[in-house]
Write a protein that binds this ligand. Sequence first.
Ligand SMILES: *Cc1c(COP(=O)(O)O)cnc(C)c1O
Length: 448
Amino acid sequence: MSTTAKAKSELALLGGPKTIDFDPGDMFTWPIVTKEHEEAVLAMLRAGQMSNWDVTEQFEKAYAKALGRKYALACNNGTSAIQCALYGLGVGAGDEVICPGMTFWASIAQVYPLRATPVFAEIDRETLCIDPDDLERCITPRTKAVVVVHYAGYPADMDRIMAIAEKHNIKVMEDCSHSHGAMYKGRETGTIGHAAGLSCMSGKSFAIGEGGIMFTDDQRVYERALLLGHYERTGNIQLEDLKPYVGLPAGGYKFRIHQLSSAMGLVQLKHYPAQMAEIAKAMNLFCDLIEGLPGVKPVRPAKGSGLTKGGWYHPLAHYDAGQLEGLSIQRFCEALSAEGLGSHPGCNRPLHTHPLFVDMQVFGEGRPTRVANLPEGIDTSHLNRRLPIAEEINNRVFSIPWFKHHRPEVIGRYAQAVRKVVENHRDLLAGDQNRRTATGDFSTAFRR
Ligand SMILES: *Cc1c(COP(=O)(O)O)cnc(C)c1O
């Protein structure tokens, strides 16, 4: 008999030693604030120009140039930038806007104040982005636009989406809030659709504080966007039919970005490409190390596909309980977290299941808001579809660490934690209640 009691399992969750038994230091610190960022923000603070928009215009010009788009309009957050883009594209009363059934709410909830109807399409199981075939099925004579989300940085199937959009004469708005710098076959996400909008809040991969920005090459889209919530800059409007409305915000909104964020953004534009390259190297190393383990498969484009994930916002891996004797994803993530690799099951909850998008009468319309501006008596069956993949995906993906530095030894230890849980998964089966409750969150990963 041994004098030292042996833990009944190697797993930290069951009393074994923890794999990540060291402090990861600044491995996950984000954004990375340099002296240059500090000086830019302090200069702005000292100049007392927080509510001006001169530095904001510099930020817009620099970002538009970096992306190769004609117009950029910065906003106080990504939510408003997306609303500006949708209004810019002409979304209005009675229009339908298609959106993937699984994304963060701010890809689509802004269509309500634009008096449009959200229509949710199925996602692709591999990419977690909108399924082009289902997008096409959702199109009706009232469809005005589709919001394409490059979910968790994975570029959506833009060739097919643009072809479908052209065929049906609908507008494409890319929500690049997860995909700053992600490439789709030689083109950067945000340069392919008719407009793009994105968040730059602190948790995103391009992080500047609270802020958002939209892009387009179309003067009308830009000027309409300006008119919605930037009254102070409507003097820039050139289109004759918009000129009479200059001076006041057509939406009744004020979307001006704080210049501390713009100042931060100008500096961050310079640093981001190098940071992104290092993150991609780190994440691909980690994914290479866990690839091939039973039950887990990183969510990333195949090598040589011409697709990249930019700054790898919200990295995820697929989970297949069937390869681990039915071990629940919840128990699996608990075991990972106990090893020191904080992991959550799921991603965003499917939006079409939330009452806001089912029966709520947001403005007391006497009918659910989602149909309030549609003609009465039309077939609305496309609004009531089940989306089995979007509804199930939260039991099929889990978060993996978002490394900000390429440090192979540290990354190797994290990969070892995954390997250990996979290899010892049998030990977890006894205490597993095989919970099949919904995981994920309507606000996951935006906790910062
Ligand atoms: C974060 C996010 C937004 C909204 O951006 P905010 O800056 O938080 O307003 C929109 N769409 C997606 C997909 C997001 O993740």
